[in-house]
Design a binder for this molecule. Structure first.
Ligand code: CA
Length: 228
């Protein structure tokens, strides 16, 4: 399965052209004409790369790029009609990975897309989300910061990893076995209560009511889940 690409571009001819070439190359494409639409798509879909036009009707691409970077780490390639070097520098400082000047050759765009996706998959963490936020819980992998209703939570590295792992699998049920093997990197044994003990400690730090936890929920006989 190829990564899904989001084309953020308000000029229909350019968006059509990009979508045509990307789809022919096998990439599923989503389109947005404004920053607001783009953010809505990003929330909903699992996007692997963004092509971002600088001149958008509701905001500029630099501001949008900065917003994207607060939460996601997939590659961003900026598109612009302007050729000034300052645009390129600004684009890179707000977190873009590459830069293409209009008018462009669609085959070149495709080549750059492939390069970025390859770079991303070879680091394998590169395309994942940088931070997660829901219902008052904020967790950022980049800064290793976790907040609950704006107050920092002092988590151990293990607790942080457990919470991050569950957040990344938002809505899915994760078994103790999977959690243990992912976080500790060791084979899980049946009699192992380590995960349960750490979850209990984590819930305590989050001020959860033991019988009615709001964040990390127990699915009896199956495992743990966040976000359902
Ligand atoms: Ca435009």
């Amino acid at each position: 399965m190829q990564e899904m690409i989001l084309v953020i571009e308000d000029e229909p001819e350019i968006a059509d052209l990009l979508a045509l070439y990307l789809e022919n190359a096998g990439y599923p494409v989503r389109r947005a004409e404004t920053a607001a639409q783009a953010l809505a798509v990003l929330e909903r879909e699992h996007i692997g790369l963004v092509l971002l036009d600088i001149m958008l009707p509701d905001t500029d691409g630099f501001t949008l790029c900065r917003k994207i970077r607060e939460r996601w780490l997939f590659p961003v390639i900026m598109l612009t009609a302007r050729t000034a070097d300052t645009d390129k520098i600004t684009g890179l400082t707000v977190g873009a990975d590459d830069y293409i000047t209009k008018p462009f050759n669609p085959l070149e765009v495709l080549a750059r897309v492939r390069t970025q996706l390859r770079r991303c998959s070879s680091y394998n963490t590169g395309c994942q989300r940088a931070a997660y936020e829901e219902g008052g819980l904020y967790i950022c992998r980049e800064t290793h910061r976790c907040e609950l209703f704006g107050k920092a939570l002092a988590l151990t590295p293990i607790e942080f990893s457990i919470l991050w792992y569950l957040c990344e699998r938002h809505g899915q049920v994760v078994s103790s076995e999977e959690l243990f093997e992912a976080v500790w990197g060791e084979k899980f044994l049946d009699s192992n209560n380590t995960v349960m003990a750490h979850i209990a400690r984590l819930r305590e730090k989050m001020g959860e009511q033991p019988r009615k936890p709001k964040f990390i929920k127990t699915v009896w006989g199956v495992g743990y889940t966040i976000g359902t």
